[in-house]
Design a protein around this ligand. Structure first.
Ligand code: NDP
Length: 248
């Protein structure tokens, strides 16, 4: 069996119906997995994704809840426990930005970004680990960002969460290594999704100029790296961050 055959495996992908998350969900479905793709509120995007899948839609479940809401996450995992015998893969992809310089940043913008990006990653991972420990196998992949390493003006809240995700990943990887659960990060550079669609043209141009490959990446290019880390080919990689940045 190929290491990249995910038949019989179940993957949860947060923010899995749009942008990078959708490409990740699609790639797991193409590779034979059953996918539970979660989202926050954009039902149109979730329905469109399911409608475009054809036969593979039988292996997709979409679930709407806010990953920053601990009780909602707990309730979600109660259903997962009931409905799925095992859980092999969790991708913590859901993320938001609320850019502003620190001097002008509202407490709400700080808390929303921390709640979704960082607390969401903690809560989703906590219950996934409980389930993965039962089968002594698991793959957790957290989506971070170069912003967390480099820092970007106007992104102190976002950068802090993305740096926090790397530290969280390293710590959790050490806690669960003996149980054959690996925990890694993928760090996408500038990727063509709605996430950066609001940036002014001159800023887009400047960012493109910063990338040695002189182009933005595609969601599919990120998804391929996630699949590698989720596969049985990456048994000895844990606590690592894989940059998918065109050389940034
Ligand atoms: P999008 O904005 O295109 O999609 C974000 C997804 O996350 C949506 O499915 C959204 O749900 C979901 N989501 C947002 N908030 C919550 C929440 N509170 N609870 C549950 N789900 C939520 O973003 P991208 O696909 O571009 O980004 C995905 C990840 O990649 C993020 O973590 C981002 O930080 C990271 N990243 C992106 C880069 C880029 O250039 N695009 C660069 C580096 C990192 P809904 O559809 O319902 O709104």
């Amino acid at each position: 069996m190929s290491s990249f055959d995910f038949n019989g495996q179940t993957a949860i992908v947060t923010g899995g119906t749009r942008g990078i998350g959708r490409a990740i969900s699609q790639s797991f479905l193409d590779a034979g997995a059953t996918v539970v793709a979660t989202y926050a509120g954009n039902e149109g995007a979730a329905e469109a994704f399911a409608a475009e899948l054809g036969d593979a839609a039988e292996r997709l479940e979409t679930r709407k809840f806010d990953v920053s809401d601990y009780e909602a996450v707990e309730a979600f995992y109660r259903d997962i426990d009931k409905d799925y015998a095992s859980l092999e893969i969790l991708v913590n992809n859901a993320g938001i930005r609320r850019d502003s310089i620190v001097g002008m940043m509202s407490l709400e913008d700080w808390q929303q970004v921390v709640g979704t990006n960082l607390t969401g990653t903690y809560s989703m991972s906590k219950f996934a680990v409980h389930k993965m420990m039962q089968s002594r196998y698991g793959r957790i992949i957290n989506i971070t960002s170069p912003s967390g390493q480099m820092g970007f003006e106007g992104q102190a809240n976002y950068a802090a969460t993305k740096a926090g995700i790397v530290a969280f990943t390293k710590s959790l990887s050490k806690e669960v290594a003996k149980r054959k659960i690996t925990v890694n990060c993928v760090s996408p550079g500038f990727i063509d999704t709605e996430f950066i669609g609001d940036l002014p043209d001159d800023q887009m141009k400047a960012y493109k100029g910063m990338v040695p490959m002189r182009r933005f990446g595609t969601p599919e290019e990120v998804a391929h790296s996630v699949l590698f880390l989720a596969s049985r080919a990456s048994t000895y990689i844990t606590g690592a961050t894989l940059d998918v940045t065109g050389g940034l």
